[in-house]
Design a protein around this ligand. Structure first.
Ligand SMILES: Nc1ncnc2c1ncn2[C@@H]1O[C@H](COP(=O)(O)OP(=O)(O)OP(=O)(O)O)[C@@H](O)[C@H]1O
Ligand SMILES: [Mg+2]
Length: 251
């Protein structure tokens, strides 16, 4: 479903290369974990998948269902079913979360050739999804992410993901700043979205998240490349031994 081939990318502003020949394949139905030391390029990779303009792809390709997405703008990628949950979600002042969800869901439906949701249907879906995440409906009247705590922002992202039903979900450090209960809620949210038609990429530093979201594959990113791939045991090995061994093998 997602195939990244020999990707090279740099910061548009100053030309610094961050992604240096990255290869990664994530199959339909697969949950892939990406781990790697601070600064290895994990968040950068998620921004590039989203289509942020601050980065330039200089070589290689990103295929989604066999089609390159490099020429698509962020909205087209979203319409194609790519969803990104960022390490630092953006605040959108002046737009109530509810309103944001309605516009996002309806534009997604439009892209799929489905009719707009009727208000009662929309409300029911939001209520069900918010309820399953332990979110208060009152919070959804507030502007998106503005003044939300770290944990609330993460819940809000999982809520969007549940409602938008994307085909590829990329979650960047969804465990950061979550308390133990919230971690479980988020993991349950992610697990409930596991499906044979959907692929997920979970970027994380912590085995404790992978105890809850058990990945099919684990990939280690280092200096802009995937230097090792394995199954869930690779994450356990990293937890015990740190990155030194894996980095040494690749060097
Ligand atoms: N816009 C930018 N300007 C300058 N440097 C940047 C920019 N974006 C990314 N970098 C650099 O690229 C490298 C990779 O950053 P990135 O945020 O992708 O790392 P990461 O793997 O997500 O790290 P962490 O585990 O700490 O979240 C870092 O050295 C970072 O400083
Ligand atoms: Mg990061």
């Amino acid at each position: 479903m997602l195939e990244i081939r020999n990707l090279h990318a740099r910061i548009a502003e100053d030309g610094t290369e961050i992604i240096r020949g990255l290869n990664l394949t994530v199959k339909k139905g697969e949950v892939a974990a990406i781990m790697g030391p601070n600064g290895s390029g994990k968040s950068t990779l998620s921004y590039i998948l989203a289509g942020r303009e601050d980065y330039e792809v200089t070589e290689g390709d990103i295929l989604f269902d066999g089609t390159s997405i490099l020429e698509m703008d962020p909205a087209e990628r979203a319409a194609a079913g790519v969803f990104l949950a960022f390490q630092y979600p953006v605040e959108i002042p002046g737009v109530a979360t509810m309103e944001f969800l309605k516009v996002a869901m309806n534009s997604q439906r439009k892209a799929r050739g489905e009719p707009e949701l009727k208000i009662p249907d929309f409300l029911k879906r939001v209520k069900d999804a918010a309820g399953s995440l332990g979110m208060d409906m009152a919070m959804l009247k507030r502007p998106l992410n503005v003044g939300f705590s770290g944990g609330e922002k993460k819940r809000a992202e999982i809520l969007q993901m549940k409602l938008l039903e994307p085909r590829l979900c990329v979650l960047d450090e969804t465990d950061s700043g979550l308390d133990i209960d919230a971690l479980k809620v988020v993991a349950d949210g992610v697990n409930s979205l596991r499906s044979p038609d959907r692929a997920m990429v979970v970027i994380t530093h912590y085995q404790r998240l992978l105890d809850l979201i058990v990945p099919d594959t684990v990939h280690v990113l280092y200096r802009g490349q995937v230097i090792k791939s394995g199954d869930k045991s690779l994450a356990l090995q990293l937890e015990e031994q740190g990155y030194a061994g894996v980095v040494g093998e690749a060097a």
